[in-house]
Write a protein that binds this ligand. Sequence first.
Ligand code: PEP
Ligand code: MN
Length: 352
Amino acid sequence: MLVVMSAQATEEQVRAVCQKIESLGYRAHSIPGAQRTAIGITGNRGEVEPGALDDMPGVQEVIRVSKPYKLVSRDLKQENTVLKFAGSPVTIGGADLVIMAGPCGIESREQAFATAERVARAGAQFFRGGAYKPRTSPYSFQGMGEDGLKIMAEIRERFGLLIVTEAVDYESLDLVDQYADMIQIGARNMQNFSLLKRAGRAKKPVLLKRGMSATLEEFLMAAEYVMSEGNYNVVLCERGVRTFADHTRNTLDLSVVPAVQRLSHLPIIVDPSHGTGKRNKVTPLSRAAVAVGADGLIIEVHCDPDRALSDGMQSLYPDQFDALMEQVRQIAAVLGRTVPVAAKAESLRTAG
Ligand code: PEP
Ligand code: MN
């Protein structure tokens, strides 16, 4: 059920409707839009009796939502969600594209700083890097843990980059919430429902990667889990799904971008690194992702990919990332979008 407030509704009227919903034992999610505020109702087992809300002052209409997801849906919010970050000009979901780049994993201070310097200089807004690595083998590099998060926090100070990094369980989620600007939930955890709910109670926005074999509806329902707990700042990420194809690691499903945009107001970015698994395919698929209308990219870049402890084969050399940025800028312009130059990028460039 969805309560649409009229454009003239006052804040007090919105509050009164929320209170009424809560008094009926449900949860109210008030989502302000450009034209009007809509209030999503969750926590109801059966149908909510609309009568109690229909006649309240400021209510325009009460709509029954037929889709299984409510809060992620365009029924709730027609215009695109644009995420903002405290103390930063960076946005996700607006006209500006967001570029996140960095190594698969944080391996050492030197490796992280050398890579961050190059991606900042090339114009990325976010530094990515795993401190907790969900690896197929328990004998593979598992990440540096909190020490890795500390290195990333230093990188934010030094290079003015925002930080996105993965949380794999409750404990790491609390730490990532503390150190990072955005919490990544990986493909393997897209249906870890208790972790999704915990992320929904975190303060920071969530980057939710698509599960390896998730349908569009499962993907959106995972985002609904996060939002149902009150965290409305969710960005979706297409990172390839598993198919019979063996010329790539995964099959990057770019058609999911317009499919998501039709159904949901949430931003969606693309990860062509995990989506292809092959360095030589990352730049072409980055161009395609921007052309198809993605709100940004997340790219693995390593200062020395041949010695990377994880995902070296798909990590770009810094020079390749420079070229990618140039190409993506031009394609973005065709679509009336921009890749903003991060505040410190110019000074890094002029510093040589
Ligand atoms: C990653 O971003 O490093 C990662 C592990 O991605 P995914 O969860 O998409 O495999
Ligand atoms: Mn990786």
